[in-house]
Design a protein around this ligand. Structure first.
Ligand code: CNA
Length: 280
């Protein structure tokens, strides 16, 4: 980060300056981009954090390589490892974090233009972010279908299978294809919603990026679509992508919940945030 470069829109590269920018009324549209790091505090491991990430803990599944568990061609021949993980990650067991609640608060204040999430845990919806403000770029566990005939599979039966560690199969006797949640595997295209809504990133007055390593493309190129001169703020354990390279980039390195609380405090929204979080 070249600290000698003076910010152009913010008064300084700090969360307090971001709060002032929001309070000034110049911010009408906020875009939020998130990844697995906003859910680790909820107890859901991310992929890549050393030691605690899923990839570090997949040895017991005997995979040829860690990514195989989310690889569509591997899944076709060997769906079991995915279903071992699915049982651990299945929504319903987890509670949204402060970061999820903050995004819901932005929506409540009519400031959230769009949330682009890579997460499949449905915690944004659970925190109260309206569905029409969420782009689930990698799909979600909310629905599932047969990978061959594409017919949807009922949710109650899916839950039964997951709980019993059984691999669900298409109910059509002729088909009997494997059923997979509508999450995007490596080798599969992203939902149409992603390409349709990505241009919104270039219309944002402010972009908040939370808990992602920005290593999975095309999602990882979203922050590049932000118009130059419009502040981008990174809440992450580590610096990622090109964040920090533009004059109005702010880096809030550390736990994203802590950074978010700090921003909320500077905005005078801290009590509201806590109340919202406690009541989700
Ligand atoms: P990743 O590659 O595992 O990166 C996570 C990033 O978040 C890393 O940079 C971490 O340093 C950072 N991080 C972890 N915990 C925190 C924290 N508490 N505060 C701040 N930063 C933190 O995950 P990405 O999302 O970037 O990768 C994309 C994959 C991961 C997507 O395809 C997801 O579907 C997939 N994934 C999703 C979930 C989920 O839905 N919760 C869980 C695991 C993986």
């Amino acid at each position: 980060v070249d600290e000698s470069v003076q910010p152009q829109v913010l008064t300084e590269r700090s969360l307090e300056a971001v709060a002032d920018y929001i309070k000034s009324g110049q911010v009408k549209r906020i875009c939020v981009m998130t990844g697995a790091g906003i859910s680790t505090a909820a107890g859901i491991p991310d992929f890549r954090s050393p030691g605690t990430g899923l990839y570090a803990n997949l040895k017991r599944l005997n995979l040829p390589h860690a990514e195989a568990v989310f690889d569509i061609s591997y899944f076709r021949n060997n769906p079991d490892p995915f279903y071992v993980l699915a049982q651990e990650l299945y929504p319903g067991k987890f509670y949204p974090t402060i970061s999820h609640a903050f995004i819901a608060l932005l929506a409540r204040k009519n400031l959230l233009d769009m949330l682009f999430t890579q997460n499949i845990d449905c915690l944004e919806r659970r925190a109260g972010v309206p569905a029409d403000r969420i782009v689930e770029a990698h799909g979600s566990f909310a629905t599932q279908r047969c990978i061959d005939c594409k017919v949807e599979f009922p949710e109650d039966k899916m839950l039964e299978h997951i709980q019993a560690s059984r691999v669900p199969r298409c109910e059509d006797r002729e088909c009997r294809g494997l059923v997979k949640p509508d999450i995007v595997f490596f080798g599969e295209p992203l939902p149409r919603d992603f390409s349709a809504k990505s241009p919104r990133a270039s219309m944002a007055d402010l972009t908040l990026i939370l808990g992602t390593s920005l290593t999975v493309f095309p999602f990882a190129s979203l922050p590049e679509l932000v118009t130059r001169g419009k502040p981008r703020v990174l809440f992450n354990m580590e610096r990622v992508g090109s964040l920090g390279s533009r004059p109005d980039d702010v880096l809030a390195l550390g736990q994203c919940d802590e950074g978010v609380r700090k921003l909320a405090k500077a905005l005078g929204w801290d009590e509201e945030l806590d109340t919202l979080w406690r009541n989700v």
